[in-house]
Design a protein around this ligand. Structure first.
Ligand SMILES: NC(=O)c1ccc[n+]([C@@H]2O[C@H](COP(=O)([O-])OP(=O)(O)OC[C@H]3O[C@@H](n4cnc5c(N)ncnc54)[C@H](OP(=O)(O)O)[C@@H]3O)[C@@H](O)[C@H]2O)c1
Length: 389
């Protein structure tokens, strides 16, 4: 209890400090961002010598009209705290880090039923459930989970969505899911039925907004007509730019739908801490199944990290900050959700918003990275079959 009081008073302090800070000089690219930005972080880049904890006060709006959802410009991916990322600290430390992120202004936290399964939602609920309304824990349905185990099948039938919704509400310790995503397309359930079910759940007050992951532009159009989408969540980062080519970003722009890039640092690779010698836990890390994470692929692809590190050295930025900043400058309706288990990484990632690069500099970085051929596909054949419908 004392802990929480301290947290809340510290939070007030951080807010005041941020509000008092001067707005940063923004380059043309970041001016676009300002259009939907409520406030800009008052912290200065590392070179400015500001010793305050990094906070995010910049907000972005995902979706438009009734589907509009205002969130912090950077979110937090909770998945890796229990699932798919090999190593994580104990629950108490994870909860402390989630509270730290909240104290520092993060209002968008991302989980899913399949993560664990279930234990990631349980963690998010235990840490953040009591702060419902101040922060948003978004979650995802679709992957079938029976008796706490993943079956590998999809199930987005209306009755299942309703059941998953009730169960997620309990695990997240809330009475309304701020955003409910369909995690993967279900070939056996028409998208119109999925959208219709979500529309009913929104009317009933159990869900506030909805989104879809890894779907095609055509599916987005069909779904949006029935129930306006707030966000599409698909993989997007400097090493995987498919959504620029397959019409997904175009349709989001056209229809006013937000975009949440998942794995914004390519599952940590772009942060530079992983290399060909990294040993993943085969029981709790999907990177062991991804062609891009074999030792050979990581050795070849490390040239990309080298580019980021060299580019960053001249600007006082880390490779991770460049990976996140590149996404943020793409569109003002993009909100990345990096995951971490470390306070130092949270601190650095939030400071991404303090840096100013010109459009030309981002282009130079993008061109240098694009010139390097990428070794290994992002997914194996089985995983690839589940995306792009
Ligand atoms: N919709 C979907 O299908 C889908 C799929 C995958 C993921 N997601 C969502 O996206 C979120 C993020 O994805 P992700 O975890 O796959 O990838 P990510 O955010 O690209 O990378 C996370 C990894 O990067 C490391 N990291 C974080 N900050 C760093 C920094 N500053 N420097 C170096 N390394 C850093 C973390 O390790 P440390 O713990 O050591 O910091 C962590 O293992 C997930 O939590 C999940 O919510 C959604």
């Amino acid at each position: 209890m004392t802990d929480r009081k301290e947290r809340i008073s510290r939070r007030g302090f951080l807010k005041t400090a941020a509000a008092a800070g001067a707005a940063l000089a923004i380059s043309p690219a970041w001016n676009n961002v300002q259009a939907t930005t409520r406030a800009v972080s008052g912290n200065k880049p590392a070179s400015g010598g500001d010793a305050k904890a990094a906070t995010v006060t910049a907000h972005r709006t995902l979706g438009t009209g009734q589907a509009a959802f205002e969130v912090s410009a950077l979110g937090f991916g909770v998945m890796g705290m229990t699932y798919n990322r090999s190593w994580h600290p104990d629950k108490a430390q994870c909860i402390r880090l989630l509270h730290e992120a909240m104290d520092r202004g993060v209002t968008l936290f991302d989980t899913a039923i399949i993560y664990g399964p279930l234990n990631n939602e349980l963690l998010a609920g235990e840490a953040l459930g009591e702060f419902h309304g101040k922060v948003n824990v978004t979650t995802k349905f679709g992957h079938e989970v029976i008796d706490g185990k993943a079956t590998g099948r999809q199930d987005s039938r209306p009755a299942t969505i309703r059941r998953y919704c009730e169960e997620s509400l309990k695990r997240l310790r809330t009475d309304c899911i701020p955003m409910f995503y369909q995690h993967r397309f279900d070939p056996n359930t028409p998208v119109e039925d999925v959208a219709g079910t979500i529309s009913d759940l929104i009317k009933e007050g159990k869900v506030l907004h909805w989104g879809m992951c890894e779907v095609s532009a055509a599916t987005i159009r069909k779904a949006h007509v029935i129930c306006p989408l707030t966000a599409i969540q698909s993989e997007y980062h400097l090493m995987h730019r498919e959504v620029e080519k397959n019409g997904v970003l175009d349709v989001c722009r056209e229809l006013g739908i937000g975009f949440v890039p998942y794995s914004p640092m390519n599952r940590g690779f772009l942060g530079g801490d992983l290399n060909e010698y990294t040993q993943f836990d085969p029981n709790n890390d999907n990177r062991t199944t991804l062609p891009r994470f074999t030792p050979e692929a990581m050795r070849a692809n490390y040239r990309i990290v080298n580019v980021l590190q060299r580019f960053g050295r001249e600007r006082g930025m880390t490779a991770a900050q460049l990976a996140l900043g590149w996404l943020l400058q793409k569109e003002p309706w993009i909100v990345p959700i990096p995951g971490t288990t470390k306070l130092s990484h949270l601190e650095g990632n939030l400071r991404t918003l303090d840096f100013t690069l010109s459009t030309e500099e981002w282009k130079q970085l993008e061109d240098e990275v694009s010139a390097i051929p990428i070794t290994g596909d992002r997914y194996n054949a089985e995983q690839q079959k589940q995306v792009g419908f």
